[in-house]
Ligand binder design. Structure first.
Ligand SMILES: [Zn+2]
Ligand SMILES: [Zn+2]
Length: 200
């Protein structure tokens, strides 16, 4: 079931026949920057694509992909399931010299998927589209307390001995990790230290 998602475009290239593919994916494995990456899904993710000839070597892909992406909570790193419903719509161009399919920006500013193998592996395309649509960071709960910055204890499970030193309010909502707050800060007079008081 976790075969790579493929669509066969040979007939489309020969005789402009429309192509269709659908299936379910437990994960997506793709190559990027010379490394193999994996996107994991919480449950089998349904995809469906139709490709229509536009003439010449160009075609248009449309369809949908509905993965439930597994991401890390930005504060405590536990798994968070992020259901997504992605509409696919991308221009494509067949270029036999292309080794690995890639996305480029067309003159119109639209994304263009360039590929060279008519038995097209959609893994990288679906992975990139998913990553573009995914939130940058997620929390497993809005009030996640995060991990202790000193010992790594999951503060959602209760306080640790360092708890008093790292007030929850100081956890940065964007990054999840308070920057340099463990040893610095806590001292309300810290901000006054550099302040020159008027001498009279
Ligand atoms: Zn969390
Ligand atoms: Zn601790």
């Amino acid at each position: 079931m976790t075969d790579s998602p493929r669509i066969h475009l040979g007939s489309l290239l020969r005789s402009s026949e429309d192509a269709h593919a659908e299936g379910e994916l437990n994960e997506l494995t793709y190559e990027q920057g010379g490394k193999t990456h994996t996107l994991s899904f919480a449950s089998p993710a349904f995809y469906e694509v139709d490709v229509n000839a536009l003439g010449g070597q160009e075609m248009y892909l449309q369809g949908s992909f509905e993965p439930t992406l597994v991401m890390d909570c930005a504060r405590c790193l536990r798994d968070v399931e992020v259901p997504m419903d992605i509409k696919l719509g991308t221009l494509m161009r067949y270029d036999p010299a292309t080794d690995i399919p890639y996305l480029e920006e067309a003159d119109t500013g639209e994304e263009l998927l360039v590929f060279g193998d008519p038995n097209l592996d959609l893994s990288a395309y679906l992975a990139e589209t998913t990553l573009l649509a995914a939130p940058l960071s997620v929390l497993h709960a809005p009030d996640c307390k995060g991990l202790c910055q000193v010992c790594g204890h999951d503060l959602n499970e209760g306080p640790c001995e360092h708890m008093a030193q790292v007030p929850v309010e100081e956890i940065d909502d964007e990054l999840g990790i308070p920057e340099g707050t463990v040893h610095a800060k806590q001292n309300p007079f810290e901000a006054l230290r550099g302040l020159k008081l008027p001498e009279d």
